[in-house]
Design a protein around this ligand. Structure first.
Ligand code: FES
Length: 162
């Protein structure tokens, strides 16, 4: 089974809130990712069963949203924007620095993302969907280290509060 017994009960409660069960695909995907840290094949199959669709339907829905991770990720997901405003204010340098620094660190996953709507604070990044702005390569790494030391409280990799 994909969900723990406790989360399976929660999942059934969530499905019951919707007139059509398939409307619960996204909240159940968040629940599964919060449980496992990523969206496993078993989780997608169970979500499909609970919502009356196929596993391919669940994959099709969840693969549209980059927040759903279909491979294991670290406890900290660092999303660095390199879109237009961040591109010209140092985003690529921040990304390169963090990718290099955390290349062999299983706790930190660094990813390049499109605009995260923080252009006024470019270059910007998110750590588990918490915004950090006006970064340099060094200050970005300091932010990540603050999460690692527990000085900043990390949300789950789905962005939920614990
Ligand atoms: S371009 Fe980076 S936040 Fe908009």
């Amino acid at each position: 089974m994909a969900f723990t017994p406790e989360n399976l009960a929660r999942a059934r409660e969530v499905v019951a809130r919707y007139p059509r069960p398939k409307s619960a695909i996204l909240p159940l995907a968040h629940l599964a990712q919060d449980q496992d840290g990523w969206l496993t094949r078993d989780a997608m199959a169970e979500i499909a069963q609970l919502t009356g669709v196929t596993a391919a339907d669940v994959l099709g829905t969840c693969s549209f949203y980059t927040m759903f991770k279909r491979d294991p990720v670290g406890r900290l997901v660092v999303s660095v924007c390199t879109n237009a405003t961040c591109l010209v204010t140092g985003g690529p340098e921040v990304l390169e620095h963090l990718e290099h620094r955390y290349a062999d660190d299983p706790e930190v996953t660094v990813e390049e993302v499109e605009c995260i709507a923080a252009c006024g604070g470019a270059p910007a990044m998110q750590v588990n969907y918490e915004f950090h702005e006006k970064l340099t390569p060094d200050t970005a790494a300091e932010v990540v280290e603050a999460y690692r030391r527990g000085e900043l409280e990390a949300r789950t990799v789905s962005g939920s509060r614990r």
